[in-house]
Design a protein around this ligand. Sequence first.
Ligand code: FDA
Length: 302
Amino acid sequence: MRMSSLRRPILWFAEHPWFRVAALRSGVWRRFVAGETLDDALAAARRLQGKGIAVMLDHLGENVATEADSRAATDAYVAAAEALHADTALDGAISVKLTQLGLDLSYELCLENVRRVLDSAGSTLVMIDMESHDYVDRTLSVYRELHGAHDRFGICLQAYLKRTAKDVFELPEGAVVRLVKGAYLETPDVAFPSRGEVDATFRRLFATLVARDCTVHLATHDARLVEGARRFGLPQERLEFQMLYGIRTDLQRELVAGGLPVRVYVPFGTEWYPYLTRRLAERPANLWFFLSNLVRGLARSR
Ligand code: FDA
């Protein structure tokens, strides 16, 4: 079976300004995003923590156009890292996108910004998200260059990319790695087009990461992959299950009830639109949810 065949048209349609206005009006973004401020994110984190779920905060934004914007995004991450470090009751991590920290502008600027986040993180885990294919080399390079600058620092790898089977051997042994299927629109020359190939690669990568002594963050809502990893019986320090805010909360609860470590990725901020369109494109059913919310919203505003 092919990966969602609606992904391309949905992402294309999402470029239209009308779609953006509709997303705002429908309020559907609130299902996937904790809110617009750090306080909203911390409130969501405390609610999750009350259910036995750890969190990873993501200050939304990507592809900033100016150095000043990259520094403002860095400030926001520093504030999030400090807030998590200060709240000892919270098991919190942060996750950064390198294009938000200036990677499109200059590699050196981005490196400096990431270093600043790491320096402020205290004991907080810092992860790097993986963005579209064009950024993979530079993202791996930033990670390798700063590995060792902070005790708790990790990176995301995407199973849909053909190159990942090689990249996995270029990470330091024992690295902290988040394994995902991959969320961007990629072409078949670089990414597996079928779900079967992506899932098979995901399983192989998981086994390789385990063999290389990595700590694996299994970031998927796919119950079959979760079950497969569970059967490995790895100790809790080596395997954590991760899901996105608002998605498969039933599976999150089930894992917690089984005594397994679960962390939820909590996005917040005003730049939620690209994140929302990726969530809609992953699952066509979300589009119907979006459209029905929009119709209800319009009916109410009459
Ligand atoms: P799959 O798409 O096969 O979905 C399995 C099941 O999960 C579906 O049947 C459905 O029940 C549910 N589901 C999945 N997506 C849903 C949605 N949007 N809405 C409602 N239900 C949904 N990607 C990336 O490229 N770079 C990154 O850095 C990250 N980071 C990241 C962190 C974390 C913690 C997670 C969980 C995911 C990411 N991703 C990511 C996203 C990832 O690549 C992938 O696009 C999504 O997780 C969806 O794929 P699944 O593995 O869940 O499988």
